[in-house]
Design a protein around this ligand. Structure first.
Ligand code: MN
Length: 221
């Protein structure tokens, strides 16, 4: 396994040289510390969905586990934040750090599938997630909750996470819950939908033959 700090130029070079994709992992690790939070993130894009998540917020850990499990990205997230105030800083800053780590691991975006969309059902709820790994950060979030809290967790923070993630990953991300009754299901369908769409969009498309999937020739500037 090759460990890459910034970007995945070495992987692309290997791909172009006919390297073995099974052993050339796209990975990144970073840490981010402010007066509000202290966060360490490790991602392995071509993983098996293993996760080690500890944010101090049980429901949020459960949602981040869904990202790993259903994107097949291996994810380690260790966060300690000012939870005595509320969960806002921790949720937002994990979104920032995870977005940055995934962007870093994707590198110059050569050979990726780029676009994906899924409809993610969870019992009575149906959420649509469409995304473009474009280098252009944009969020459309059309999901409404029926109650202010899921347990201790503020339902407003779901949007905050998606906003922070999209802005820092450089992804155009559209999330829309078409219908749903239970807020736990609604939230979980958004996270699982993101995971399933990421799984498709980050995958190496053999027919791209290592090219950046854009007529501009670049997605990073
Ligand atoms: Mn659940």
């Amino acid at each position: 396994m090759i460990r890459l700090g910034k970007g995945s130029k070495a992987v692309v070079a290997l791909l172009e040289a006919g390297g073995n994709r099974e052993t050339d992992m796209r990975t990144a690790s970073l840490s981010r510390k402010t007066r509000e939070t202290d966060i360490a993130v490790e991602v392995t894009l071509d993983g098996s969905g293993k996760s080690e998540i500890s944010t101090g917020v049980g429901f949020f850990d459960h949602m981040l586990d869904q990202i790993a499990r259903h994107s097949l990205i291996d994810l380690k997230i260790q966060a300690s934040g000012d939870l005595h105030i509320d969960f806002h800083h921790t949720v937002e800053d994990v979104g920032i750090a995870l977005g940055q780590a995934i962007r870093q691991a994707l590198g110059d975006l050569k050979g990726i599938t780029r676009y994906a969309d899924v409809h993610l059902p969870m019992d009575e709820t149906l959420t649509r997630v469409a995304l473009d790994i474009s280098g252009r950060a944009f969020l459309v979030f059309r999901t409404e909750f029926h109650t202010p809290k899921i347990g201790e967790f503020d339902t407003q923070l779901v949007r905050e996470f998606f906003q922070a993630f999209a802005m820092n990953a450089g992804i155009t991300l559209h999330v829309e819950t078409l219908y749903g009754v239970n807020d736990h299901h609604i939230s979980e369908s958004c996270f699982k939908g993101l995971a399933r769409a990421l799984r498709i969009a980050i995958a190496i498309d053999e027919r791209q033959s290592g090219r950046v999937p854009s007529t501009k020739g670049t997605l990073t500037g």
